[in-house]
Ligand binder design. Structure first.
Ligand code: PDD
Length: 301
């Protein structure tokens, strides 16, 4: 059903390591970096529209929030990061770019104890972004409900966007095995949490629902934007509420949200079609609200 992904090495890519611009093949990081050793890092993924980084401040704020929750001392400022992002993007020179900002706790001895005086490594990967297959948006995608349980809020809160994504990697591997687009992860109470790199939403009887932060999710920036946009439209009823896998399967509509993919309709879960098995009207309406917001934001800058 899906178009095979374009090989990474065929996309134009620029790397910025601590302010030094280099080609991907020359980008090197120490094996003593704690991001490499322990996943002891935080990161963000954002994109540009018409060459302009979209909602960069929101991404920097979430990066800082993640670092703070991990008690990670930061030796760079938001202005430094933003300047390095712009430097990498200028070097890349494309209109539509993916960029990933990684801040590791830094390098040190092989010990869980970060010790004192650790200096962060700041890595920015800027890559040309090619459009996703239109079939995702026109026909919707197939997801599965994974038996990989989402780590709980009481563990390392999924609301921290850290470099440790093994929970999500395992869930995604199940989706790949089942030839699905993605997996939906439940928490230990059996409530729906999210996709592996996206937030999940359903529509039932004209009410739009998405799990609350307490379910154990990453507070997606697209999710936050959509909640705000929907609030200013009186015709839309929206709730942050827990729901089960059964309610998900019996929904009228379902969709996933993320910065890169925006709003992806889900038309099949496991072996069941969602609603009529076609892209639902509220999914289309929300995507159009989101696209208008992107346009207004980019043109307003
Ligand atoms: N992921 N949940 C998880 C676990 C994510 O990794 C992401 C984003 C989201 C959606 O968040 P946002 O709307 O802010 O993009 C939810 C990015 C795209 C990634 O890691 O590639």
């Amino acid at each position: 059903m899906q178009t095979p992904p374009i090989p990474e090495n065929s996309k134009k890519t620029i790397i910025n390591i601590n302010g030094e611009i280099c080609k991907p093949e020359d980008a090197k990081i120490s094996v003593f970096d704690r991001g490499f050793l322990f996943g002891d890092s935080v990161y963000e993924v954002a994109k540009t529209y018409q060459g302009i980084p979209f909602l960069l401040q929101e991404h920097l704020d979430r990066l800082w929030k993640s670092a703070s929750r991990l008690e990670m001392l930061l030796t760079v400022s938001q202005n430094d990061v933003s300047a390095e992002v712009n430097k990498a993007l200028a070097e890349l020179g494309v209109e539509e770019a993916y960029f990933r900002i990684i801040l590791t706790r830094g390098e040190g001895p092989i010990s869980l104890d970060p010790g004192e005086g650790v200096k962060n490594n700041l890595i920015i990967i800027a890559q040309e972004h090619l459009p996703f297959p239109s079939s995702w948006y026109e026909n919707g995608v197939h997801v599965v409900i994974t038996n990989v349980v989402r780590v709980s809020k009481e563990s390392v809160d999924p609301n921290v966007k850290s470099g440790n994504y093994l929970n999500n990697v395992m869930a995604f591997m199940q989706a790949k095995r089942e030839k699905a687009f993605d997996s939906i992860m439940l928490n230990h109470k059996g409530h729906v949490t999210q996709g592996t790199t996206s937030n999940v939403w359903i529509v039932k009887d004209n009410t739009i629902k998405t799990p609350p932060l307490q379910a154990g999710i990453l507070e997606g920036i697209t999710r936050k934007t959509l909640l705000q946009l929907a609030k200013s439209d009186d015709s839309l009823k929206i709730e942050q509420v827990n729901f089960t896998a059964e309610e998900l399967i019996n929904a009228d509509e379902c969709f996933l949200t993320s910065t890169m993919k925006e709003i992806v309709p889900v038309t099949q879960i496991d072996n069941s079609p969602i609603g009529t098995g076609t892209v639902g009207p509220l999914t289309v309406k929300l995507h159009s609200l989101y696209s208008d917001f992107v346009k207004r934001t980019v043109e307003g800058l």
